[in-house]
Design a protein around this ligand. Structure first.
Ligand SMILES: [Zn+2]
Length: 148
């Protein structure tokens, strides 16, 4: 039996999670993102982690956005065009000339070459398995999709 790939759901939900963290935490910066078969390991840095940012709060915020049935659009831009509309290209290798932008309408727009859903309604429940502090300013979140 073929197992349905969870990658598009995992990828899209990480964009939403990153956006929420960026809004809530000063100096938020992704350090690494590893999409595995069943879960995602997300490492990031912040200047300070506000006390109200908990696993439960982040899950609730991501799921609230998912439940709004938001369309996800993919478009391609030149490097210069992408920079002009304010896309962060710091992790995109210089050799990449066509920038693929994933736009979760009204939520988050970022450069990404991965697979994504077409609408957030295609994502089942987002769940955080682990949220830990790894160093003075670094944290790790492991999350998965609970398809029930
Ligand atoms: Zn992505």
């Amino acid at each position: 039996m073929n197992k349905v790939s969870l990658t598009p759901q995992l990828h899209t939900s990480e964009h939403i999670l990153g956006q929420i963290l960026d809004k809530m935490c000063n100096g938020f910066k992704t350090t690494s993102l590893e999409i595995r078969d069943d879960d995602v390991r997300y490492d990031f840095k912040v200047d300070t982690m506000p006390e109200n940012v908990t696993k439960e709060l982040l899950e609730a915020k991501v799921n609230a956005i998912i439940s709004k049935n938001i369309p996800v659009e993919i478009s391609e831009f030149s490097r210069q065009e992408a920079e002009e509309i304010g896309i962060d290209l710091s992790i995109v290798p210089r050799s990449v000339e066509v920038i693929r932008i994933v736009d979760i309408k009204g939520v988050n727009k970022q450069a990404c070459a991965g697979e994504h859903v077409k609408n957030t309604s295609d994502i089942s429940k987002f769940e955080i398995v682990k949220f830990v502090k790894k160093g003075s300013n670094s944290y790790q979140i492991v999350s998965k999709i609970n398809s029930m």
